[in-house]
Ligand binder design. Structure first.
Ligand SMILES: [Cu+2]
Length: 287
């Protein structure tokens, strides 16, 4: 029996060591700071989401500690003793009522709090001057489409989506001609950005931990209610958070949050390059 137990605990210990040895470096590879906690917030409203997370974390932590203390205390106090017969309880309706009512009230309170916050952060109208960017997820990457000089993305419909037209642009809308694509999500700091999220194949996750943003991309749908305001200049990873196939582990894109000025330069360059490309293509197409 003891031999069996020691062998079992030996293999559990081995499993834990393998998990820690493989898991921790894999986790650390993506992050350079705050390895054991959430990454720094880099978007407006992110603090509110963190407050809710902390609140739930400390509340459930306190309940966990409290119940474990009571549990261990009772284990010791009522342990087997020579000459003492065990007594047991058939339950107590009043106590049952109390410990059902308290968690129910807490859950309803949490629902109210989180719902209120969610409306405040996500479901509010985006600020004026918010830019629209189309985001298309595929196995295994993301591509982005920016509006042209008019500042408005051309019409698109997810039904028009095809390998040649991954954003489902409606070519009858002249605005689609000035849209341009990018492999990097370049964003100006402190300006709102609303994304039009589509998927070419399967469900993917649009996930930016520093922005506290997460939204699934679902094939056959355009998800247009997600917007955010980046507040810190820097480079971030947009990572897919839905297991979407063999290349999922490497499905990501770069997000560059830059100053307004730097963004304008980038935007003008991209716009000019796109204009030149379409001008170069025009004669060939007319033949
Ligand atoms: Cu994916």
């Amino acid at each position: 029996m003891t031999q069996f137990l020691s062998r079992k605990s030996g293999s559990i210990a081995l499993l834990v060591i393998v998990f820690v040895a493989c898991g921790v470096p894999a986790y650390a590879a993506q992050r350079t700071s705050g390895l054991w906690w959430m990454p720094d917030v880099a978007s407006k409203g992110g603090e509110q989401i963190d407050q809710l997370t902390y609140f739930i974390y400390y509340l459930t932590g306190a309940v966990f500690v409290l119940t474990q203390v009571v549990y261990i205390y009772f284990l010791i106090k009522y342990r087997a003793k020579r000459g003492v017969r065990a007594t047991y309880s058939h339950g107590d309706n009043r106590l049952e009522l109390v410990w059902t009512a308290i968690p129910t009230a807490i859950f309803i309170g949490l629902w109210g709090y989180s719902n209120h916050m969610w409306w405040d952060v996500i479901h509010k109208e985006p600020p004026p001057g918010t830019m629209e960017v189309a985001v298309n997820a595929y196995q295994f990457g993301f591509s982005f489409q920016y509006p042209g000089a008019s500042g408005k993305l051309g019409r698109s419909d997810v039904k028009l989506l095809s390998p040649e037209n991954v954003f489902g642009n409606d070519r009858t809308d002249p605005l689609t001609k000035e849209d341009f694509q990018s492999g990097v999500l370049e964003l100006p700091v402190n300006r709102g950005v609303r994304i039009l999220l589509t998927s070419r194949d399967v469900i993917h996750g649009f996930y930016i931990p520093q922005f506290r943003i997460y939204q699934d991309a679902v094939p056959g749908r355009t998800i247009d209610w997600v917007w955010f305001v980046p507040t810190k200049v820097g480079s971030y990873d947009l990572a897919c958070s839905q297991l979407c196939g063999s290349g999922h582990y490497n499905m990501k894109a770069q997000i560059q949050v830059v100053s307004e000025e730097e963004f304008d330069n980038w935007y003008k360059q991209k716009l000019a390059a796109a204009g030149n490309a379409s001008a170069a293509n025009a004669p060939a197409q007319s033949k």
